[in-house]
Design a protein around this ligand. Structure first.
Ligand code: BES
Ligand code: ZN
Ligand code: MN
Length: 500
């Protein structure tokens, strides 16, 4: 699908449909919708008086123009109340309308940018959210279906009659495409089944991302990890026949300050069976998505390499399966982490913290002073927050606030959890420095704090995406399956953290 931008009036376009928008409780006056209403002898205002068209968020009304104007159809999209309007509404409603257009078999459409008029938004931000919403909303994971959806939206032209705005809209659309492609790539990776997205396959994706973005890449093999004494990571991988990979990507956006490195670590468990502490079989297939954090990290780097913020990022994805093979680690085993600290593996299903512990130590050995990790870490985060927001934890309130702020502006909300010393006693071990679990209570905090034990002086934020990386329902730009969360937040965060 192609999105282009052009100067002109949608009213005169010879396309299969034009899209205009309406706010709730706002009279139509000027603009494209007013003009169309006049040309169609008041058809839109009639429907408004009748109460059929209200402008409610997500409402779609299709009006056949019957030869009165060049386009065959006018689609009126409701945007809800003006006071609730923001880029998140644009993104969501764009997904809704794009899928509707595809469903009715329309292939070529023209639209204005929602919200730069009455909504009062900056045209660049509005256009970016619109392109994102369309491309995210149209996403399908159908590569393994013989019978693919035949209807496709081919071309959407974003139009404005104000030449001063067109350049901004164009920049916004291009940016939106970059972001949406990164999110959709992340969704693709996380939706792939575990037999086709192995640690080796993740490393191949990373290589492609690095090459296209002119980034340095290094893939540590098992022997390298043995040399580095990554005992926690290796312990997790030893029950699997698939070779583990520690993927390291370097983006140097601020070469004049090379000591200032921000690490971005993503959990890359390509299948989490639980290991010897095996999971129940119902729903185990969902654990193909246990590399969603790793995918988000790599795909955020794809967008970063295109947008080029002035910041240095060390992206790390510890990728392995967690399997119960004959060589698998056992509950009760003690592993020595790269940091030198020992961990009693109380439960082999608490593997995420083990692989991230070594990745954090590695990041610090490479000079990272700020660390963000992204992981489908705990089922408990869904008990606490559902799938509405991502849990965030950290040792540096300013960094946590930056994550929350970036999430807010991207419509990917975060909620911070506390970290208290008193939780420590839950994961004390009788035989090692700590154990990898802490009983039934406060599961997500315990997971976070165990990871935090390996942070040594750096600022750190931990994002538990176990509840938000997957959706069971379609809503606006969100589709069923992998969501691609938090790619957009990460890209926004790095743009915000970049020096200007
Ligand atoms: N990958 C899981 C967490 C998860 C659960 C992600 C549901 C997505 C959906 C993680 O490795 C895990 O198994 N965590 C355990 C930790 C426990 C053993 C301390 C959990 O949440 O039960
Ligand atoms: Zn896991
Ligand atoms: Mn697990």
């Amino acid at each position: 699908m192609e999105i282009n931008v052009s100067l002109g009036n949608i009213v005169q376009q010879d396309v299969s449909a034009v899209i205009v928008n309406l706010f709730e409780d706002v009279k139509i006056s000027g603009g494209a919708i007013g003009e169309l209403d006049k040309l169609m002898d008041g058809a839109i205002s009639d429907l408004i008086s009748d109460g059929e068209v209200t402008g409610k968020k997500g409402e779609i009304t299709l009006i056949h123009t019957l030869g009165k104007i060049p386009t065959k159809r006018v689609i009126v999209l409701g945007l809800g109340k003006v006071e609730n309007f923001d880029t998140n509404v644009i993104r969501w409603a764009s997904g809704v309308v794009a899928r509707h257009i595809r469903r009715i078999g329309v292939r070529v459409v023209a639209t204005i940018v929602y919200g730069s008029g009455v909504g009062g938004l900056n045209p660049r931000a509005a256009a970016s959210a619109m392109a994102e919403g369309i491309l995210l909303g149209l996403y399908r994971f159908d590569k393994y279906k013989s019978d693919k959806g035949k209807k496709t939206l081919e071309r959407l032209t974003v139009m404005d009659t104000d030449s001063a705005k067109v350049a901004d809209i164009e920049a916004g659309v291009l940016e939106g495409i970059v972001i949406a492609e990164a999110v959709n790539r992340c969704r693709n990776m996380a939706n792939e089944p575990a037999n086709l997205m192995t640690p080796t396959n993740i490393a191949e994706e990373a290589l492609d991302i690095a090459n296209n973005g002119a980034m340095e890449i290094q893939v540590l093999e098992r022997v390298d990890m043995e040399r580095l004494k990554m005992g926690a990571f290796l312990g997790v991988s030893q029950g699997s026949a698939e070779p583990p990979k520690m993927i390291v990507l370097r983006y140097l956006g601020n070469p004049s300050d090379q000591q200032n490195i921000c690490a971005l670590i993503g959990k890359g468990i390509t299948f989490d069976s639980g290991g010897i502490s095996i999971k129940p079989s119902t729903g185990m297939g969902k654990m193909k998505g246990d590399m969603a954090g790793g995918a988000a990290v790599l795909c955020a780097m794809q967008a970063v390499a295109a947008i080029k913020p002035r910041i240095n990022i060390l992206a790390i994805v510890p990728a392995t399966e967690n399997m119960p093979g004959g060589k698998a680690q056992r509950p009760g085993d003690i592993v020595t982490t790269m940091s030198g600290k020992t961990i009693e593996v109380d439960n082999t299903d608490a593997e995420g913290r083990l692989v991230i512990a070594d990745a954090i130590t590695y990041a610090q050995s490479e000079g990272a002073t700020r660390i963000i990790d992204v992981a489908t870490l705990t089922g408990a985060i869904t008990t606490a927050l559902g799938n509405v927001c991502t849990g965030v934890f950290g040792n540096d309130q300013e960094l946590v606030a930056q994550v929350v702020g970036a999430g807010d502006s991207e419509g990917e909300p975060f909620w911070q959890f506390p970290m208290f010393e008193d939780y420590k006693k839950q994961y004390r071990s009788d035989v090692a420095d700590l154990k990898n679990t802490g009983g039934r209570s406060a599961g997500s905090i315990i997971g976070a704090q165990i990871i935090g034990e390996f942070v040594n002086g750096a600022s750190w934020a931990h994002l538990d995406i176990a509840g938000t990386s997957h959706s069971d329902a379609v809503s606006g730009h969100v589709i069923k399956g992998a969501t691609g969360t938090p790619v957009r937040t990460l890209v926004r965060l790095f743009r915000n953290l970049a020096v200007t």
